[in-house]
Design a protein around this ligand. Structure first.
Ligand SMILES: Cc1cc2nc3c(=O)[nH]c(=O)nc-3n(C[C@H](O)[C@H](O)[C@H](O)COP(=O)(O)O)c2cc1C
Ligand code: SF4
Length: 472
C-alpha cells in the first residue's frame, strides 16, 4: 500500500490545493468549473486550420483485443464507440496500430495492412456514428490514427515471446525485452524499409478517412528509442541530425504521397532511468543504468532537461508538423512518471513519490514547451490521477495557456462521458471516476484483454475480472 494520501480522501478543493502546496506541485486548479460552448473547456480550437469543437482529446489506448491478423473485434469497436460518446472532439489516434507485423506489441495489436484497411475504416465509422447519434454533428470532430512500431517491446507472434527489434543495446533494458545479442539491432536498411512502411500505412489511413496520423515517438517504442540512439553508428544514430532522420523522412514521404493528410507526433518529452521494485517494492532506478541513453533527462538521469525535446519540436514545426501530444517516460521502465497511479500494475512497483508529483511534472514540462513553441498546438497527458479534481485543473491549465487540449486516458475507460458531463455542467458521477487501480494494465501484462475491470460493468461481468483480482 502506498504511503501517500488518496485523492478521494480530499473532501474539499481547499484540502486538495493545500496538499498540492505542501508537495510543491505548482499547477493551478479552479474550484468551480464552467459549462457551455463558451467555457474554457467547451470552446473550440483552431488546429492548423482545422476547427476542433472543444478542449478534450481522447488519448490512444489499445485493448489487446484485435484478431491475430490485426483486425478489430467487437471489443475494439465498443471502445471506439465509447470514445465517440465521450463528447471529446479530438481523437488522438484511437490506439496504437502497427505499420507492419514485426512491430506489433502483442499478437492482437491492430495492423494497418491493405487487407485490414476497410475494417479499420469501419472503426472510425463506429466512433463517428456514435458521436453523431449523441451530439448531432461530426463536422467539428478530429479523428486521427496512431502509427507505431514497438521496437524493443515487440511481441508479434506470442503473448509471452519478446521478439525485439531495437536501435542500440541498453544494459538496463536488454534483459527485460529479451535482447541478448546485437541481432536485435535493426540495420539502416531495415529502418529505411520501415520508413516506407510508415508512409504506406499513412496513405492507407488517409484512404480510410482519418484526417491525421500520429508518427508515434513515445513510451520506449522504436521512434522514441531512436531519439536516444547516441551509441548507434550509421545514418540513424549519434548526432541529433541522424537521430531525427527517421521522422524527417517519414514526414517528407507522407507529404509527397498524401499531401492533404495532417501529421502529429506523440512524444515522450522526458524520461528517467529505468526503475524496478526496491526495498518494500518501492520503485528505484536500476543500479548501473546509463543516463546517457535517457532522452530528455539531465546527466543524473533523474531530472528533466528539455533542451533536445525543445530542439526536436522546433524541427517538427520547421517540417510542417504543427501538433504534438506530450507524454513522458515508458509504461515498461518508468510507469510512475508515465501514468501516475496509486496502485501499481502487477509487474510494476509502489510509487516512489506522491503520484501528484508525477502529474505536476508532466503539466509543467508541457507548459514550458508550449511557451517556447507558441505556434504549435499541444495536447497534454497524465490528468487521470487528478480524479475528482480533473475538470478544475483542466480548466485552469487551459485558461492559463499551459496546454491547448486535455488528453484523457484511463479516465475515459472507466467514465467515458466525462467530457460531455463537464461541458453540459452535469455533476461528476463519482462512482465512475478512475481510481488508478491499474487493472487495465495488469490484465494485458498477464496475457488478457485490457479494460476497466473494476468500474465498467461490461468488463466487471467478465471472467477475467476474477483472474485479475487473483493476480493482484
Ligand atoms: C490500457 C492502456 C492502453 C494504452 N495504450 C496506448 C496506446 O496504444 N498508445 C499510446 O500512445 N498510449 C497508450 N496508453 C497511454 C495513454 O494514452 C496515456 O498516456 C496514459 O494512460 C496517461 O494518461 P491518463 O493519466 O489520462 O491515463 C495506454 C494506456 C492504458 C492505460
Ligand atoms: S482499471 Fe479502471 S479504474 Fe483501474 S486504472 Fe484502469 S481505468 Fe482506472
Amino acid at each position: 500500500m502506498s504511503a501517500y494520501p488518496r485523492v478521494a480522501s480530499f473532501k474539499s478543493h481547499q484540502q486538495f490545493t493545500d496538499h498540492l502546496k505542501e508537495l510543491g506541485a505548482d499547477f493551478p486548479s479552479d474550484a468551480e468549473v464552467e459549462s457551455g460552448a463558451d467555457s474554457p473547456l467547451g470552446q473550440s480550437l483552431d488546429v492548423d486550420g482545422v476547427t476542433v469543437g472543444n478542449r478534450f482529446c481522447i488519448l490512444p489506448m489499445e485493448g489487446w483485443d484485435g484478431t491475430t491478423d490485426g483486425k478489430p473485434t467487437d471489443l475494439t469497436r465498443r471502445r471506439w464507440r465509447n470514445f465517440g460518446i465521450s463528447g471529446a472532439k479530438w481523437m488522438w489516434g484511437g490506439e496504437a496500430v502497427s505499420v507492419r507485423h514485426d512491430g506489433r506489441a502483442n499478437p492482437n495489436q491492430l495492423l494497418m495492412t491493405e487487407s485490414n484497411l476497410s475494417s479499420i475504416e469501419g472503426l472510425r465509422h463506429e466512433l463517428e456514428n456514435a458521436h453523431q447519434e449523441r451530439f448531432g454533428r461530426t463536422d467539428d470532430l478530429y479523428v486521427g490514427l496512431q502509427l507505431t512500431h514497438s521496437g524493443r517491446w515487440a511481441k508479434p507472434n506470442e503473448k509471452t515471446k519478446s521478439e525485439p527489434r531495437t536501435v542500440q543495446r541498453n544494459p538496463a533494458l536488454d534483459p527485460r525485452g529479451n535482447v541478448t545479442d546485437d541481432s536485435a539491432i535493426m540495420s539502416d536498411d531495415d529502418l529505411r524499409r520501415l520508413i516506407d512502411d510508415f508512409i504506406a500505412a499513412a496513405v492507407r489511413a488517409e484512404r480510410a478517412g482519418f484526417k491525421f496520423v500520429d508518427v508515434k515517438h513515445c513510451h520506449g517504442y522504436l521512434g522514441h528509442e531512436l531519439l536516444s540512439g547516441v551509441d548507434r553508428d550509421g545514418d540513424f544514430g549519434g548526432s541529433f541530425e541522424n537521430r531525427t532522420r527517421f521522422v524527417r523522412e517519414i514526414v517528407a514521404g507522407i507529404n509527397a504521397e498524401a499531401p492533404s493528410l495532417k501529421i502529429g507526433v506523440r512524444l515522450s518529452i522526458y524520461d528517467f532511468m529505468p526503475h524496478h521494485p526496491g526495498e518494500d517494492r518501492i520503485g528505484e532506478p536500476v543500479p548501473g543504468a546509463d543516463p546517457r541513453l535517457v532522452w530528455g533527462a539531465d546527466p543524473s538521469g533523474m531530472g528533466i532537461d528539455l533542451d533536445e525535446p525543445s530542439k526536436f519540436l522546433t524541427l517538427l514545426e520547421s517540417i510542417g508538423v504543427k501538433m504534438v501530444c506530450t507524454t513522458a517516460g515508458s509504461p515498461y521502465s518508468t510507469p510512475h512518471i508515465q501514468r501516475p497511479a496509486y496502485f501499481p500494475p502487477s509487474d510494476g512497483y509502489l510509487p516512489p513519490e506522491d503520484p501528484l508529483v508525477g502529474v505536476a511534472r508532466q503539466l509543467r514540462a508541457t507548459a514550458d514547451l508550449k511557451r517556447s513553441h507558441p505556434g504549435m498546438t499541444f495536447v497534454g497527458s497524465g490528468y487521470t490521477y487528478l480524479q475528482d479534481w480533473l475538470p478544475g485543473v483542466a480548466q485552469a491549465v487551459v485558461r492559463a495557456g499551459w496546454v491547448d487540449s486535455i488528453g484523457l486516458g484511463r479516465m475515459v475507460l472507466s467514465y467515458p462521458e466525462l467530457p460531455a458531463d463537464v461541458i453540459a455542467g452535469v455533476k461528476q458521477q463519482r462512482k465512475k471516476v478512475c481510481r488508478t487501480f491499474s487493472e487495465c494494465t495488469t490484465a494485458p501484462r498477464n496475457g488478457m484483454i485490457s479494460g476497466c475491470f473494476p468500474l465498467d460493468p461490461f468488463y466487471k461481468a467478465m471472467p477475467e475480472r476474477e483472474m485479475v483480482k487473483a493476480i493482484k
